[in-house]
Design a protein around this ligand. Sequence first.
Ligand code: GLN
Length: 442
Amino acid sequence: NKFKKLTIKDVLKGEEDYVGESLKVIRKEDGDINAFITVVEQSSGKIPIAVKDNIVTEGIRTTCASKILEDFIPPFDATVVEKLKKNNFAIVGKTNLDEFAMGTGTEYSAFFVTKNPWDKERVAGGSSGGSAAAVASGEVVAALGSDTGGSIRQPAAFCGVIGFKPTYGLVSRYGLVAFASSLDQIGPITKTTKDAAYLMNVIYGKDERDATTVDKKIDFEVLLEKDFSKAVVAYPEEVFGEGVEEGVKKQFEEFIKFLEKKGVKVEKISFPELKYSVATYYIIAPAEVSSNLSRFDGIRFGTRVEEKGLLETYLKSRKQLGVEVIRRIMLGTFTLSAAYYDAYFEKAQKVRRLISNRLNNFLEKYDFIITPTSPITAFKIGEVRDPLVYYMMDIFTIPANLAGLPAISIPFGFSGNLPVGMQIMGKRFDDPKVLGFANFIE
Ligand code: GLN
């Protein structure tokens, strides 16, 4: 299937019916991959793109992979969707995710698990697993995902494609169903860095409907041809610590050698706060979840399960949420309660600031910080049962969200027959530079 390599750039030059072609591939392959929750047969535009199903689309079902939104047809488009449509993209489908984007393997989707195109017994990663698998399997040219703690970069790494999380505030979250608003960011999943930069130019920008967007003119493609052989990068020594798969460590060593061959200077740094990032994130994100998801009660939003009394109606309606979502609502409700606020939430906010300051200091001295994207490669479907094991998988991706920094995952070799991804993190608003460097080493 020639779609496997087909890029946005190719489509822009070509004359074929790429949308029709993409729909054909989806019909042929998706029974095996399960990347899509909804396939859209009729859409205008030339470039076939997939959109994660927590980004609302007018007239097209948007489920967040949750029972409670199974029949939700939004009356409006997310800002990014408006922008896609204006720029000749055709949304050919809505992709699978962990329910409300909470998870690491799409195993928490209320509907089905997405399979990794490289090994169908394994997960595609998560939470944007559907988007990454759709791009990797050649069902679409590109996709949008959302990233709260790694959900664009980790599935991109597991599936051997590019995933980019922009600086917080560059892409409007209007129409992205909120998970943890201070961390959420929409970004591209593509086959090349050039395509990621192209898509960023399409979707970014100040939006009156999202007060956290910044008014800044950026050209994400401007540094794509720059020579980065004089760059100085750093990696945290903790990358070689426990919990990181041997094959991933080996690839990371190869990555360092590869950069050095290109002339790049690579230095080791110590980042002791790294080990607190997971704990910090799993206080802050669930706290925001407990607030953001209170609207799905069957009264204001979400399918109502009609019962005799009001309380019963609430309870039955809320029971449509899955175990992981409920776990986070409970956690967040607990840490925000008056008795525990100081002990957990307030402390986590302080550690978030520490981690953020530390990263910003490093990035005064170094152009980029590099790590593997994930400490492991794609795991077997059903293999992980302990939520803490899942949570630890986010160790390298979470810091960029806590600090609002841009970070990209690029494929770099294999461990066994599974792709390994490397992460490049840059300074706030250095998104074009991160993309430029990624393109330089691609
Ligand atoms: N795996 C992380 C979590 O479960 C990140 C999810 C995300 O980025 N949406 O919260």
